[in-house]
Design a protein around this ligand. Structure first.
Ligand code: CP
Length: 308
């Protein structure tokens, strides 16, 4: 059983929690490769996907994971809801729960929104991304994908490259990778790397070639223009010139490294298309694995609330 009652962040998970989720995901991946991809595990569970921010991969893969597990599913998008008439987050979620919902999967632009709900409502909360804080299921599917490709996460060298300051994927990955015994480096312009990061025990690098030469895996992050207050670098062209990963840079290495990206990709900025679509890239494997990993998360939390 998991040691926590909500998935608020990787920070709260133990290594055995992470291992349990990844082992369970492996079983669900096998189910997803069968002709009949559906199992009855969550037949009595109702889940609401409550999204206050845009999403393609996370929302669709949670919904698919829920349906593959036979849960009842409702979807809420803030942009077409009574939030537009001024309803609060707590009122919105309490009204959803009045319809006998067991679990809330929430994405919100405010850091701590899932934690606030966990304190104030009686339902299991799964964080699908809170502002610039954590994106735990992304980090879990990233670890799953590294393990699938390289056999293990332990002792691997992972460079997280790009806009670390505005990324929830970075922090969740740092926690997940370190808990599993990986070495982590962050690489990007100094203006996109928060000062506190070195206290988390990660290496900090500002030269992309040094990062690529060091790592086994480059997890490349999107430049999050929508979250940047001022200009963190002179131009996107200059960012691509100094930090973008292109075929030429990869071919100058004396080894093959794995390229990951949580999506959506700014093609031609953090990654060129010939890298994103190359044999180095496991970007679409990450998306595929997201369904199995989210099935595992939902299944393990449902185990905690189902009557025995
Ligand atoms: N990786 C990720 O969170 O993508 P979406 O924003 O499309 O869900």
């Amino acid at each position: 059983m998991l040691s926590v009652n909500h998935l608020l962040g990787i920070k709260d998970l133990t290594r055995p929690d992470i291992e349990l989720i990844l082992e369970t995901a492996e079983r669900f991946k096998e189910v997803l490769n069968r002709p009949i991809k559906k199992v009855p595990s969550l037949r009595d569970i109702t889940i609401a996907n409550v999204f206050f921010e845009n999403s393609t991969r996370t929302r669709l893969s949670f919904e698919l994971a829920e349906k593959r597990l036979s849960a009842d599913v409702i979807n809420f998008a803030a942009s077409s809801s009574s939030v537009k008439k001024g309803e609060t987050l707590l009122d919105t979620v309490n009204n959803i729960l009045a319809m006998k919902v067991d679990m809330i999967v929430i994405r919100h632009s405010s850091v701590g929104a899932p934690h606030f709900l966990a304190k104030n409502i009686k339902a299991t909360i799964v964080n699908a991304g809170d502002g610039t804080h954590e994106h735990p299921t992304q980090a879990l599917l990233d670890s799953y994908s590294i393990k699938e490709k390289l056999g293990t996460v332990e002792n691997k060298k992972i460079a997280i490259i790009g806009d670390i300051s505005h990324s929830r994927v970075a922090l969740s990955n740092i926690f997940a990778l370190q808990k599993q015994g990986a070495e982590v480096m962050v690489c990007g312009p100094a203006t996109l790397i928060p000062k506190y990061i070195k206290h988390l025990g990660v290496k900090v690098e500002h030269n992309i070639m040094n990062a690529l030469r060091w790592c086994d895996v480059a997890n490349v992050l999107r430049i999050q223009l929508e979250r940047q207050q001022g200009k963190s670098f002179p131009s996107l062209r200059e960012y691509a010139l100094y930090f973008g990963i292109n075929k030429q840079r990869l071919e100058s290495l004396d080894k093959k490294i794995v390229i990951m990206h949580p999506g959506p990709i700014n093609r031609g900025i953090e990654l060129t298309s010939d890298v994103a679509d190359s044999e180095h890239s496991i970007i679409l494997d990450q998306v595929e694995n997201g369904v199995a990993v989210r099935m595992a998360v939902l299944y393990l939390f449902a185990e905690k609330i189902k009557p025995q």
